[in-house]
Write a protein of this length. Structure first.
Length: 202
């Protein structure tokens, strides 16, 4: 089994936005939250989590470190750039700043098969140009196994936030910075991760 590590909660519109909720997470040993802010692009899904602003504010009030993520739906380089622009526009609105980690969630069935590393890099290049340099990528371990994402070719080099709900006690991938090990933490509707390298908690 993995030794005890700092916990990070993945929060979206499915979770509450109250101070009480985030205080309860802190009491469970959670050190940081990664909040879903957007999905798609301004000219596509145009989704902004309606609770994001209050979730960011109340997580901070509870004493948690707060980060954001974008749920990708892109199918081309132009799409990836447009989704980054939408994310950048919205993270400012919800109160996140460049010192927070901005993660890209790539798992949707609409994303093309094969190597999508260039699309991730196109998204990240846009983020860097806008001043966001603490970046990360999230996906299932199976996408890495299938070589849909090549960690060595990511620009910049990523921490790697990998989901693998296994009883093996490890993420199933080498050099993973953050491991999402469950989507039902303590019986709740809540994704939870271990932060091995302190990318989100230090």
């Amino acid at each position: 089994m993995v030794k005890k590590m700092d916990l990070i909660a993945d929060v979206a519109s499915y979770q509450p936005d109250t101070l009480e909720y985030f205080s309860s997470l802190k009491s469970l040993g959670v050190k940081a939250v990664i909040i879903k802010v957007t999905q798609g692009s301004k000219y596509g899904d145009c989704y902004l989590n309606p609770k994001a602003k209050s979730q960011v504010a109340n997580a901070r009030k509870a004493g948690l470190k707060v980060h954001g993520y974008h749920y990708a739906r892109f199918i081309s380089t132009v799409d990836a750039q447009g989704e980054a622009d939408w994310f950048i526009e919205c993270i400012k609105k919800v109160g996140l700043k460049p010192e927070s980690v901005m993660a890209l969630d790539v798992e949707d069935a609409s994303i093309p098969k094969g190597d999508i590393t260039p699309l991730i890099n196109a998204f990240n290049a846009r983020m860097i140009k806008a001043g966001y340099k603490r970046l990360d990528v999230y996906s299932m371990a199976s996408w890495f196994w299938a070589e849909r994402i090549h960690p060595y070719a990511l620009k910049p080099k990523m921490n790697l936030w990998v989901a693998n709900y296994t009883t093996a006690g490890k993420p199933g991938l080498d050099d993973v910075g953050t491991w999402q090990f469950t989507d039902k933490y303590k019986g709740m509707n809540l994704d939870m991760s271990y932060d091995f390298k302190g990318w989100y908690t230090k």
